[in-house]
Design a protein around this ligand. Structure first.
Ligand SMILES: Cc1ncc(C[n+]2csc(CCOP(=O)(O)OP(=O)(O)O)c2C)c(N)n1
Ligand SMILES: [Mg+2]
Length: 1013
């Protein structure tokens, strides 16, 4: 880099005196861009390129029409032709004409013109591609932002490197025609080589490193080149500079203030990258000017309080009072630390005078986990507003350098960015690249040159910028916002900065980065550097600057004083997605009861008809699908539903009531088990599809069903975010098989289970997790119910007080609901209940595989019509119900195993002796209904039967709760598979043996005789 700076000086010394060469630039512009020199995509490495190929190109163009090429070329070809033996030129074989004879016989000078021309074009291109590698990005001047001190051999960092292009110092003052793929000339079409290099350095090797030449779209590359190459384009008015300074003052003084008042508190300060605040504000200003009125942001810990204070404009006293350890919590839930809370604020953007809503999503410590959640929420807002191009709503994601490079969810989120049902039409990513992650150096934290390389997969341009040059930062922010509004694609701003202190305010960075921190201690603050610059330029006076600082300090002091009056913390005030009309003013549910979930017979008939027909004329469906639809029609005729139809009934009826339904996940359109077929494909017309669910009712809500990318973490996070935007939507994510949810565990553990407790935020997302032991091996069998149940917060040892609507109250008190329906009707009811409840809780449903087609797993319309509802527990209505006191054993179970137990009981003729009771809602545990059943079978032995292994499934969850119901007076015996490490055997016959063995125990009435508890 230092060598490079020396060379910039060398270039500036000598000027003029060179011979002016005028090459065929205009001709280039008329050539086919795919083949000719105006193509940004065609590399022409000068050392290897055959200049005759290029000349041939010109020659062909010239043969077509003399006007196709510049007059110098015209004269050149004319002379060659004139000097060739008659007839030879006419055969139009340019290689022989030009290479074989003409070139070899052409004067040396002419050949060098061609080669030098190509060399200069290649040199320009080299800067466009690799200039960023030598850009002065590190404010400390000690690290390479790309982790490599290697200087590309094709960048002219020393005079001798001109030799790479077969040029030398004497060529510096020669003028060259500029290709159409550069804007460095401004209005000039030719420039001396010295000036070409100087301008390229200025554009690509200063404080901004532009990485974009991997983008395979010519227009987009041209657009970027124009933004960074046009001479004088980076201009700021004095007003803009003053605004920038004022923002930098706020950002810096805010951190200083916190450090002064709470020197030993963790706040994950922004010092060293204070420019983040003006950067975000510039992005928001620019976006507001182009029509954006809602910005949804996600960010990690670093500088979060500053963003809340100075970007979102949360009241400062509300932030300061968070540092008071005596502050009491006013809301239910356990809350979260101050640097995780979210915020929502509607305000006027001062620069544009337009309304803008800013929301910063609450997030867990898990870095980058919030990325897809932000995207989902942004998408939902766009969807509900009809903003199909992302012109009103946008997302901004802020990242740390180590996390951006290291976390896989970043990649998963990028991969959603261009998918039709997931795109938010461009996200602006800002990386706070302080060149360290906690105590780890970048060189051991990533394998890619930059922390931002992941963005290259989606062709997002990446603007690296030295964070100590606030104007350069503002400029790239402007360009990024314009890029997003022009192309609606992602873009990355890499703020190369440093971290003035340790990871948090308690950490000693000298332990691990001694040299870096010695340099950091010497580093002049960016505010000082920039204010000095503006004072020197006469943009502000020292007095004005000091007044501005004093003004903000006073604001902080006053807020600090009033923050002391705050005695109570209202997490409710930190909501990133308030649902104002859904709750009362105080944020409570408007009632504590659930509207009936039963449906009119006509509604069932109507939906049944739609589910079994094709609403479009001349639409050719596959014969297999025809059979499926015919099967559905038969069911409807018999007033019956299977699983697929029950789902249709739930979705269709909610759509009728204006509830948007969105089902997302891998292969959900057809359904992994080919039972759903919500999207019909015309067999004769490519990509002609039909979604019958969208043809149900006039004025219905839209139905979205979308196959997702092969991601769980990203897609579940996205749907969770989508579900945050509105309570009036049923958002479902389906795993291909239930166990795959474990690659989204972070979303479940950090957001879905504890979200409300941490952030007082309701979320009604539904997880459909195919589950069941069907001999398919250790994978594909278990959706791991034990994991969800272990996180359910209902107290196993406390028998609840039944008052009011117990079912609803209990749901309100829980963190989520876990169900395993054994009938299609119950599945339909629980989906409808999800929306008809006066609050939102996540719903986890273990869904069937073989039961999808099981002839017994059917419900009738009678189970769905008015007056019916979701059954949390299904009692045994068989012979045992006649004389329950005579029943010897009551088997409680859930899910598919019911059908195996019922079949076995029948075969063993034990229908009078053994009752089978189905727990449909496992959590929160239906204490009330279980008590009724245990009392009903007062003389019976109680058994919990499950098909899962003993250390899995439901047993550990239900056992203590049964014992609470039974006041520990009676045992509940376990029947099921033995404990195991893997969820299921890979051997089919072992699977069947296990099944037979536990069936034997279930129906062996003396199995537990004499056994200890
Ligand atoms: C998924 C995850 N793993 C580990 C951590 C622990 N952790 C907290 S901050 C941090 C370093 C983050 O570095 P970077 O992304 O560069 O952000 P910076 O703190 O430098 O701003 C780590 C490893 C975490 N919060 N999340
Ligand atoms: Mg970092």
């Amino acid at each position: 880099m230092s060598r490079f700076r020396v060379f910039a000086g060398v270039l500036m010394r000598g000027r003029g005196g060179g011979r002016q060469w005028l090459l065929g630039g205009p001709a280039c512009r008329r050539l086919d861009p795919a083949r000719g020199c105006s193509s940004g995509a065609a590399p022409i490495p000068s050392a290897v390129v055959s200049s005759s190929g290029y000349v041939e190109e010109m020659y062909f163009a010239w043969l077509e029409d003399r006007k196709n090429v510049h007059e110098s070329w015209d004269a050149y070809f004319y002379n060659i032709q004139a000097s060739s033996p008659s007839g030879e030129a006419g055969d139009r074989r340019p290689s022989s004409l030009l290479q074989g004879r003409a070139l070899s016989r052409s004067p040396h000078m002419e050949q060098k013109v061609v080669e030098d021309h190509l060399a200069v074009h290649t040199l320009i291109r080299a800067y466009q591609i690799r200039g960023h590698h030598v850009a002065q990005l590190d404010p400390l001047g000690i690290l390479e932002a790309d982790l490599d001190s290697f200087v590309p051999s094709d960048l002219i960092t020393t005079i001798d490197k001109l030799g790479f292009y077969s040029l030398d110092e004497s060529d510096l003052d020669r003028s060259f025609q500029l290709p159409a793929t550069t804007f460095i000339g401004g209005k000039d079409t030719t420039l001396p080589l010295r000036e070409i290099i100087r301008r390229l350095e200025k554009s690509y090797c200063g404080h901004i490193g532009v990485e974009f030449m991997f983008i395979n779209n010519m227009d987009q590359c041209q657009w970027i080149r124009q933004k960074f190459e046009t001479p004088g384009i980076m201009q700021f008015t004095n007003n803009e500079k003053r605004t920038l300074l004022a923002r930098l003052i706020r950002s810096t003084r805010f951190e200083d203030f916190l450090a002064r008042k709470w020197s030993s508190e963790k706040r994950f300060g922004l010092e060293g990258c204070e420019v983040l605040i003006p950067a975000l504000k510039t992005i928001i200003d620019k976006s507001s000017a182009s029509g954006i009125d809602s910005v949804i942001m996600g960010m990690p810990h670093r500088g979060r309080l500053n963003v809340l204070a100075n970007v979102i404009r949360k009241d400062l006293d509300q932030i300061f009072c968070q540092f008071d350890p005596k502050l009491e919590a006013a809301d239910e839930g356990s809350g979260d630390v101050k640097y995780h809370l979210g915020m929502y604020h509607k305000r006027i953007n001062r620069e544009t005078d337009r309304n803008i809503t800013l929301s910063l999503m609450a997030n867990p410590s898990h870095l980058e986990a919030v990325d897809p959640v932000v995207q989902g929420k942004a998408k939902a807002e766009q969807f509900y507003r009809g903003d199909s191009q992302g012109k009103q709503v946008m997302s901004i994601l802020i990242h740390g350098d180590a996390a951006f490079a290291g976390q896989g969810v970043v990649y998963e989120t990028f991969h959603l960015s261009e998918l039709p049902s997931y795109t938010t039409h461009g996200t602006i990513h800002v990386v706070v690249n302080n060149q360290i992650g906690f105590t780890t150096d970048p060189r051991v934290a990533r394998s890619s040159p930059y922390p931002t390389d992941v963005a290259r997969v989606v062709n997002a341009p990446i603007f690296h910028v030295n964070a100590d040059d606030p104007e350069a930062v503002m400029y790239v922010c402007r360009v990024a916002a314009e890029w997003r509004s022009t192309f609606n694609k992602d873009v990355v701003i890499d703020l190369v900065s440093y971290r003035r202190f340790g990871h948090n305010e308690m950490d000693e960075p000298m332990f691990t980065q001694p040299l870096m921190y010695k340099q950091i201690r010497r580093q002049v603050h960016v505010l000082k550097k920039y204010s000095d610059k503006l004072i020197a330029e006469g943009v502000v006076t020292l007095q004005e600057y000091e007044e501005e600082v004093a003004k903000y300090d006073k604001i902080c002091e006053e807020a600090y004083t009033s923050s002391k009056d705050e005695k109570i913390l209202h997490i409710r005030h930190w909501l990133d997605s308030p649902w104002r009309d859904f709750f009362t003013e105080e944020g409570e549910p408007k009632k504590m009861s659930c509207a009936p979930t039963g449906l009119d017979e006509e509604v069932l008939q109507h939906i049944g008809l739609a589910a079994s027909s094709v609403p479009l004329e001349d639409f050719n469906i596959h014969p297999g699908v025809t059979r499926i639809l015919r099967g559905r029609a038969d069911l409807v005729k018999n007033r019956q539903v299977d699983w697929a139809l029950a789902e249709y009934m739930a979705f269709g009826s909610l759509l009728k009531d204006g509830i948007h339904v969105r089902l997302s996940g891998q292969d959900v359109e057809r359904g992994t088990f080919s039972h759903r077929h919500h999207v019909l494909h015309d067999q004769k017309v490519d990509k002609h599809i039909c979604v019958p669910m969208n043809h149900l009712w006039a004025g219905q809500a839209p139905y979205t069903v979308c196959n997702s990318s092969l991601s769980e973490y990203g897609v579940l996070g996205f749907e969770l975010g989508f579900a945050m935007a509105s309570p009036n939507a049923l958002i479902l994510w389906e795993a291909q098989f239930g166990d795959f949810h474990n690659t989204a565990q972070c979303i479940i553990d950090q957001f879905i289970s504890p979200g409300q407790a941490k952030w007082v935020r309701n979320n009604g997302i539904v997880l459909l997790l195919p589950h069941g032991m069907e001999g398919m091996g250790p994978e594909h069998s278990s959706a791991r119910p034990e994991r969800f149940l272990q996180m359910s917060k209902d107290d196993p040892d406390h028998f609840p007080v039944f008052s009011g609507d117990f079912e609803v109250q209990q749901l309100y008190d829980c963190n989520w609901m876990v169900v395993n329906c054994s009938t299609p009707a119950n599945y339909c009811h629980v989906l409808r209940r999800q929306i008809l409840l006066p609050f939102r809780k996540p719903l986890i449903i273990f869904t069937p595989k073989s039961l999808l087609r099981h002839p017994d797993a059917r419900s009738t319309f009678d189970d769905l019509t008015e007056g019916t509802k979701f059954k949390r527990l299904i009692p045994d209505k068989g012979p045992v119900s006649g004389d329950p006191a005579q029943v010897k054993r009551a088997i409680f179970c859930t899910g598919k195993v019911y059908y195996e137990l019922a079949k076995e009981r029948k075969q063993r003729k034990l229908e009078n002796d053994i009752a089978i009771i189905r727990l449909e809602q496992i959590s929160p545990f239906p204490f009330d209904l279980v008590r009724v059943e245990t009392e009903k079978y007062s003389n019976a032995e109680l058994v919990w039967c499950q098909e899962e292994h003993k250390n899995m499934g439901y047993y550990d969850y239900v056992r203590p709760r049964f014992l609470t119901v039974l006041a520990n007076k009676k045992p509940i015996w376990y029947v099921g598979r033995d404990p195991a490490a893997a969820p299921a055997t890979g051997n089919k016959s072992t699977h069947l043996n296990e099944l037979n063995r536990f069936m034997d125990t279930a129906f062996n009435l003396s199995a537990f005789l004499g056994k200890d508890l």
